[in-house]
Ligand binder design. Structure first.
Ligand SMILES: C[S@@+](CC[C@H](N)C(=O)[O-])C[C@H]1O[C@@H](n2cnc3c(N)ncnc32)[C@H](O)[C@@H]1O
Length: 237
């Protein structure tokens, strides 16, 4: 049911029941890195860049990008509990069959640069200040290929208006997709939006993984199934 303040979320919130170790991660480690909605950009250091990943899925890109760029701060948003538990597993090194005894901490080589919003990102949007983000990643979003489901696609005029407000001028929105309909839809909606410009400079650069790329679960699935992902960067004017 729609309410005025809570947008409807169409995806899955939970899959299989979590094993004991992953439940322990959700119960005792997630609270340590959960975002403080009163101050969503509160990090224990002054970051060079603040990045947001929307719908991080199993967390491979978020865990990898944040490990490779320790001076950046990251907000990761995901609704799917099993995905969040997987991110926590990547960040702590705790696997689902491990016995937990004692406090759970970040892997010793990781910096404390990730905060998690375990709900629909649209609920956090109003609390993110204007011009505050350097990078936003939207990687392999649900394509909702049927025409009647098109309003559910994350790239839409309402979300673009918010992204234009919270991304700094010069900041970048990166969208990756393996779906032809979503690719054309994104290019069209972004072209219609006066606040962003596609950065592609030659016919092919958007067909290759960018330099700082970390592969995601959905990307690997797409490649296995013979689809070719595209990587679209849009700069905030
Ligand atoms: C197709 S999956 C892709 C996951 C991951 N980015 C990857 O490439 O493997 C899309 C994910 O976005 C999440 N998602 C969709 N809409 C969202 C929203 N409004 N806020 C937070 N997460 C969202 C879904 O729960 C789902 O896990």
């Amino acid at each position: 049911m729609f309410t005025e303040d809570k947008p409807h979320f169409y995806g899955r919130r939970q899959g299989r029941r979590l094993r004991k170790a992953k439940s322990a991660l959700m119960d005792s480690f997630l609270p340590k890195i959960k975002i403080n909605p009163q101050n969503p950009l509160d990090f224990p250091f002054a970051p060079e860049n603040i990045c947001l990943e929307i719908g991080f899925g199993d967390g491979d890109h978020l865990a990898g990008h944040s490990a490779n760029n320790t001076k950046n701060a990251y907000i990761g948003a995901e609704v799917f509990k099993n995905g969040i538990a997987n991110l926590l597993s990547l960040m702590t090194g705790i696997k689902q069959n491990d016995e937990i005894d004692g406090e759970i901490n970040l892997l010793p080589n990781r910096s404390d640069n990730v905060r998690v919003w375990d709900d629909d990102i649209r609920l956090l949007f109003p609390l993110i200040p204007d011009n505050s983000l350097d990078r936003v990643f939207l990687l392999f979003p649900d394509p909702w290929p049927k025409k009647r489901h098109a309003p559910r696609r994350f790239i839409n005029p309402d979300n673009l208006k918010v992204l234009a407000r919270i991304i700094k001028p010069g900041g970048v929105l990166r969208v990756a997709t393996d779906h032809k309909i979503y690719k054309s839809w994104t290019l069209r909606k972004m072209h219609e939006c006066p606040d962003f410009e596609w950065t592609a400079t030659c016919g092919n650069d958007w067909k290759h993984e960018p330099q700082d790329w970390v592969q995601t679960k959905y990307q690997r699935k797409a490649i296995r199934e013979g689809r070719k992902p595209v990587f679209l960067d849009f700069v905030r004017k």
